[in-house]
Design a binder for this molecule. Sequence first.
Ligand SMILES: *Cc1c(COP(=O)(O)O)cnc(C)c1O
Length: 501
Amino acid sequence: MDYKSTRDASVRVSSAQAIARGISADGGLFVPDGLPQLTGADWPRLAQLDYMERAKDILGRFLTDFSQEELSQCVTGAYGTGKFDNEAIAPLADLGQGTYMLELWHGPTCAFKDMALQLLPHLLSMAASKTAGGKTMVILVATSGDTGKAALEGFKDVPGTKILVFYPEQGVSPMQKLQMVTQEGGNVSVCAIQGNFDDAQTGVKTIFTDKKVAELLEQNNMMFSSANSINWGRLAPQIVYYISAYCDLLKESRIENGQGINIVVPTGNFGNILAAYYAKKMGLPIHKLICASNCNNVLTDFIRTGVYDRNRPFHTTISPSMDILISSNLERLLFDLCGENDGTIRGWMEDLKSTGRYEVSSDVLEKLHIHFYGGYCDDAATKDTIRGMFEKEGYLCDTHTAVGLCVYRQYQKDTGDDTPTVIASTANPFKFSTSVLEALKEQNVMQMDEFQKVAALEEKTRVPAPAPLTGLADKEVRFSGTCTSATMENVVLDMLGIQEH
Ligand SMILES: *Cc1c(COP(=O)(O)O)cnc(C)c1O
């Protein structure tokens, strides 16, 4: 299977090239040239397999220049080495009345990004050996918290890769900082930068595109690559868990083969819900895709009106991983909905860059409405949802997942639709202990340190806190370095052991 660019449909690359490059030179995103098709006979067949076998089957249809042996090695490296605390990898929890939580947070950093970031480094390392003459892949990450830790855990000790994460000194939570500075692994490094997230991001971009640095890397048989959420190697693994969830429902006789389900996704950069859309286009019986946003509701407005307009205040919410005004992966959906017209996409993306706004045609909007429903909720409704769910059903969910649940209830009220529904649960509630405790009306939360909050939540709910969070208390701090924008480059070269001549 070949991949093409959303901004230049004449570009053709292999899956290994798409993964190694991350983004196309024209600024477009790589998309598969035609989606593999599955049929009603495939679901019961896949239902008999475990998660890793399902992953190999589905990924093999997309990553056709990887051998079954190579894919098997990648999938086992990601999901088969005991880093997930649940054998099912992505289990379903039954909330009653045909509603299910797809728990995507059983990985080492307790959030859904592990599902892809545990696999991507293996794919990338394999892709480098196929396309880049076995160069060492160097990953630079600027993080506002969660992605940095998930990337560190994913790349930890993966052969042929090195990773360096920069985080803003004042811009991450104490728990997030602790997660990063105690990171284990022989190929990892972490450095604080004096400044905010934008300073870290700009610094990384500058180094990434610096010709002199690129040459130094080349001389040392290394090259930069990227692990961000537009990389096809992060999207493909996400398609697997939607298909897997359908198979589990089938296996447990919760649905009949061929019966439709809804999927609800708390959305930020549009990667997770796009994977569900691709699963639908591959033949998975999905009725509606429900796109849930917080107060940064640019996607809700877009789905309702066809106008994408980022000119609006940015809100800092209690679901921070969804505080996004430009959802990059939406470009892939638009490419599909407009009949793969690269010129149309270039136009809209230029409008977005110059005016912060674009409007799609009425036929694209019509197609959008066939597949998607959009809704949003504010922080108060998010907290009410967490409390209501816990008090009525005894199920504890995090702030992001609660946004999904809240919007799903709006959808039900709006439409009366009672199709069985899977909600993507994107983080373990203990990862956001402060907000979850506040939602449960715990007093004096602000006086507690991070570990006291985790203990208080455990005590209050009798839900066990995940080991990767409680275990941090005993870990040694490995990275206490700080830099400025001006010294970031030296930090990178030092970490790579490269001398400037
Ligand atoms: C990244 C993230 C999201 C948003 O996912 P997208 O793929 O960017 O839409 C939602 N919830 C959590 C907890 C996340 O970390």
